[in-house]
Ligand binder design. Sequence first.
Ligand SMILES: C[S@@+](CC[C@H](N)C(=O)[O-])C[C@H]1O[C@@H](n2cnc3c(N)ncnc32)[C@H](O)[C@@H]1O
Length: 287
Amino acid sequence: MLRTALQRFRDIWKSYRHRFVPWVVLNLSKNENTLRQVTEHCKDKVVPDEEVSQSLLKLFRLLPTSHGAHQGDLRAFQTHFLTKVKREEYHQYGGNPMCGRDAMLHSLGFYIERQPSTLPFAGTGVFVAKGLVPKGATVAMYPGTVYQAHEPILLQSIRNSFVFRCIDGVLVDGNDKGISKMVFKSCSGRDRMGPFLMSDSSWLTATPENPLAVGQYVNNCSNDCPANVCYQEYDVPDKFPIEFYQFLPNINYSQDSRRPLRCVVLVSLRDITAGEELLSNYYTIVH
Ligand SMILES: C[S@@+](CC[C@H](N)C(=O)[O-])C[C@H]1O[C@@H](n2cnc3c(N)ncnc32)[C@H](O)[C@@H]1O
C-alpha cells in the first residue's frame, strides 16, 4: 500500500515540467486552475524551434557585438565573419548597432522590462513596455547556469526560488545573486571560442545587453489573471552562428557537457499589449 502510494507520488512528481520548489508545494492547492495540462510531449512546444531561432537571430543581428572581442578581433569579425544579412543591417544603421531596447522594438515590434508586479506580494514582474506582442512570439529568455540532471546543485539551490526544472531533469539556475551569480560568472569567463564569448553575463546586472534575458522575473498566473506566456525548452542548434552565442544568457555548468546548450524561452499564448504583465504557468503537467 505504502509502495503504491510512493509510486503514485513519484509518477506525479515526474510529470511536472516546470517547478519552482517550494513554490509549487505551498501554492498549488490555492491555484489549481492555473495548471497547464499538456496531453503529449510532442504537443508541448507552442512554436517550432526554427521560429525561435529566427526571432533570436533577428534581434541579435542588431545588438552591439563589442563585448568579448578586442578592436582588432572585431574588425576581423566584421570583415570575415559577419553574415551578409547582419552586414546589411549593420550598415543601414550607420555602422552603429542599436541599444538593446531599440533593437528589440525594431526587430520584434515590442520591448519588455522589469517593474513591480501588479500581483500582491509578488515582488518584481516583467511587463510589455512598448509595442504589441503577437501570439506565438518569443517574448523572453530564462537566463542562468544549466545543470544536467546528474550534476550537483545543492548549495546553489538553498533558499533559491529561481531554479527552473525542465521535463528531462535539466535545471536552470536563474538567480542573479549570491553563489548562483558567482557560478555563472565563473563558467561564463571559462568558455571562449577565439575572440568570442560563449554567453552573455550582463543579465546579472540591471541592464542586460540582450533585453529578452529577464524571463526569470516572470511571475506565476493566478486564478483571476490567466497565463499569457508559457515556457518552452530550446536546444541551441548546431548551425547557430558562433558570433551570436555572446548574447545567449545560458552556460553549461560543466565544460565537457556533450549536449547542445539548453535555453528556455517564453512564448506568448495570445496577443499581449503594452502595459500588460507577463504571467506564466509555473506548473505544467505532461501526461
Ligand atoms: C522565479 S521568482 C519570480 C520573480 C520574483 N517575483 C522576484 O521578484 O524575485 C518566483 C517567486 O516569485 C514570487 N511569485 C511568483 N508568482 C507569484 C504570485 N502569483 N503571487 C505571489 N508571489 C509570486 C514567489 O515568491 C516565487 O517564489
